[in-house]
Structure formats: structure tokens, C-alpha cells
Design a protein around this ligand. Sequence first.
Ligand code: FES
Length: 179
Amino acid sequence: MGGAGAAAVAVPFVSTFQPSERARAAGAPVEVDISGIQPGEKIVVEWRGKPVWILRRTPEQLAALPTLDGELADPNSDRTAYPTPAYAKNTHRSIKPEYLVTVGICTHLGCSPGDKLTPGPQPSLPNDWKGGFLCACHGSTFDVAGRVFKNKPAPDNLEVPPHYYLSDTTLLVGEEKQA
Ligand code: FES
């Protein structure tokens, strides 16, 4: 029997906080326990009906980011179609270097890119691939900061949702920290 588990995907869909369906539809912030995410692992939570990725980057993944700027369409996230919050306008494009928090929807036509986190040559990717994401719909590629590569259909980097840390291990997606 194939069973329901046969369709399971590699990336777990984790929602540790469950507001009511009505609150969720209205865009209630989502509280996420990130304590169990291992280096190199990505989880997905839902916010406003969108998949939000939380990737705990390895030191190797972080080290690759500054080397890619010349290959990217908007390395400093200056474009404004999906304005990057001030707290994520940095090399790692996040509050804490280790954790990427981004909306997993391609800025071209809205497909969800797939994980291509393993570096090296592989189908549809350059031989010097350093790890990131590939949108299979039309071939847009993104680095592990969600920055889009040049000359791809997607015009913009992946969106960084409003978020902040409630504690070292708890993230709130959907709300900015109050001043
Ligand atoms: S929707 Fe991602 S490349 Fe077209």
C-alpha cells in the first residue's frame, strides 16, 4: 500500500503555533520554535497563506554569500517591488546571520522554488553552484539568502516577511518589533 505517506516531501511543514483559522486568514503573526532546526536544514511555516522558509545556514553557506554579489541581479536588495526590511539589508539578508527567513514564492510568476542546497554541478545549475534554490517553472535561481541571479526571469529577490525574535529560540513571523 502506498498510503498517505507516499506523497511526503523532504521538507517538513512545521507549524508550532496554531491561531484560529480566521485569525490565520486575517494575517495573524505566526510564532515558530526554531530550536530544533539543524545546520543546513530548512523548515516551512505558513503565514497569510504563503510558505515562509526558515533555513539555518551552515558556516560554509554563509561564507559563499559575499562571493556571489557579481552574479546577482540585486545583491544589496535595493529594488523595491518586495522591499527588504532594513534589518535584513545586509550580506546575509537576515537579522541573525545563521537564519534565513524568506517567503518561498518566486518573484516571477509565483511558483515555489525547490531546494538545491548541495553545492556542485547538477542539472539546470552552473558547475560552480554554491547552493541555493531553483525555480523549476522557468529556471530562476536564488542563493541561500534568497537573492536572485542575473539574467533570470524572476526580477526580484525573494521577499523577506516582517519578523523578529521573541527569544533565542522563538521567531515571530508577520510582525515587526515595536520600537
Ligand atoms: S515562476 Fe519562477 S521562474 Fe517563473
